[in-house]
Design a protein around this ligand. Structure first.
Ligand SMILES: C[S@@+](CC[C@H](N)C(=O)[O-])C[C@H]1O[C@@H](n2cnc3c(N)ncnc32)[C@H](O)[C@@H]1O
Length: 199
């Protein structure tokens, strides 16, 4: 199974050390997004594909000291950077594949996934696994600090309707995985899709 992630490891391992300094101005966007999950003090949240843990301090701020914050990532180098940056002080860092999370059914109130979905080999199955670990009524936030068009332009591309994050495709993908898409924002300075775990 580890071979399935070769392309992810090959892509992110050499980028881990410079990851945070590449995007120094994103902090406020993560704080705003973390505030939109509807989390309350004491809640439990997973940052799926947490990378260097940029979202963990913002997630800790909303669930407070009694809450639970987990950060899971498949790339060891990203987790090492997270630890080096002290993000382990905001949440528990786990090396885990979002396809097979070491968590019981329904233990979480929310999952936050920033920049994650486009890197998944089996996004439908992975969204189903995220639904498994979230209680009915819990929330999934798929976030990126810039919108689809701005991100495509950064990579010298344009967006197309067959993009997995295009609203109709994402709605269908999530519905098949146990989520109902509740709101969808795709603006230059933010991509945020919020979905609710169906009973
Ligand atoms: C674009 S980076 C975003 C990192 C972080 N969320 C952020 O916003 O800075 C995507 C991350 O997803 C992780 N990832 C990709 N596939 C994964 C999987 N199947 N399970 C866990 N993490 C995964 C990568 O290792 C990488 O750290």
């Amino acid at each position: 199974m580890a071979d399935d992630h070769t392309h992810v490891l090959d892509f992110f391992t050499p980028r881990a050390a410079g990851w945070d300094s590449r995007f120094p101005d994103d902090g406020a966007a993560y704080t705003t997004a973390a505030g939109m999950l509807g989390l309350r003090p004491g809640d439990a949240v997973l940052d799926a594909g947490c990378g260097t843990g940029r979202a963990l301090p913002a997630l800790r701020a909303v669930v407070g000291p009694r809450g639970t914050v987990l950060g899971a990532d498949i790339t060891p180098a990203m987790l090492e950077e997270a630890a080096r940056a002290g993000r382990g002080g905001s949440g528990t860092l786990l090396r885990a594949d979002v396809a097979r999370l070491p968590l019981r059914d329904g233990v979480l109130d929310a999952v936050f996934g920033a920049g994650l979905i486009s890197h998944l080999a089996r996004p439908g199955a992975d969204m189903t696994e995220l639904a498994r670990v979230v209680r009915p009524g819990g929330v999934l936030a798929l976030f990126h600090p810039i919108g689809r068009a701005a991100l495509a332009a950064r990579h010298g591309r344009t967006i197309t309707d067959d993009d997995l994050r295009a609203e109709p495709r994402l709605r269908e993908l999530l519905a098949g995985a146990g989520w109902r898409l509740e709101s969808y924002t795709d603006e230059d300075d933010r991509f945020l899709a919020l979905a609710v775990r169906q009973a």
